[in-house]
Design a protein around this ligand. Structure first.
Ligand SMILES: [Zn+2]
Length: 207
């Protein structure tokens, strides 16, 4: 059985989407590339040049992580940078991996302009936020906070399996434990969960 890690920063992970970070070069496995809101400052042309180059690579299967972060002071610059990356994703027909902190109400309006699938990664907020995102056709990717957070486990239980992914993000450990827990709260087998997540992946992949 192979567990797919939707968003990770660990070069040793074999099956998943590695988050390439500036100024890394394309690699053998699947990767995503974007400019994280915390890395944005105006006039940072070398990062944009890098992103435009690596995002063309066939192994680059998603744009991101990128998004909106309420902790970053310059919201205007941040929002422009995000907008620019949504255009890139539209042009390349590649899905987006979204980082969003306290800015979900700003994120949702982007859904109308973006023609590719959008996946909010590391989701750990309330049920009402998840429902709102779901209604607007976002996918959610859940990380290891599910292991400790009972409310999040309840949310995952009811959240449609066809719209979810699982990830380790910056955690160095494996993802098996997360698959085990999520399959048990959902009352399905691990095989069924792995299979469904593979189908979800095929549904969003660029073609
Ligand atoms: Zn990450």
């Amino acid at each position: 059985m192979e567990y797919f890690d939707f968003h990770h920063h660990n070069r040793a992970t074999e099956k998943g989407i590695y988050n390439l970070s500036f100024p890394e070069l394309p690699r053998e496995g699947l990767f995503s590339a974007g400019i994280h809101p915390q890395e944005i400052s105006s006039g940072n042309e070398s990062r944009w040049k890098w992103l435009h180059e690596v995002s063309q690579h066939p192994n680059c299967v998603a744009i991101g992580e990128c998004g909106l972060d309420g902790r970053v002071p310059d919201e205007k610059v941040q929002s422009e940078a995000f907008s620019r990356q949504t255009e890139l994703a539209n042009d390349l027909c590649k899905p987006m991996i979204i980082h969003c902190v306290r800015r979900f109400s700003h994120l949702i309006p982007f859904r109308k302009k973006v023609r590719v699938p959008m996946v909010v990664h590391g989701f750990s907020k309330k049920q009402s936020v998840a429902e709102e995102l779901r209604k607007h056709d976002f996918y959610l990717s859940f990380g290891k906070s599910v292991l400790q957070n009972v409310n999040l486990q309840r949310l995952v239980k009811d959240f449609p399996t066809e719209k979810m992914f699982l990830e380790t993000d910056a955690d160095e450990g494996g993802i098996e434990e997360l698959y085990r827990l999520v399959s048990s709260v959902k009352g399905i087998s691990e095989e069924a969960l792995i299979h469904q997540i593979e189908k979800n992946l095929q549904a969003i992949m660029p073609r």
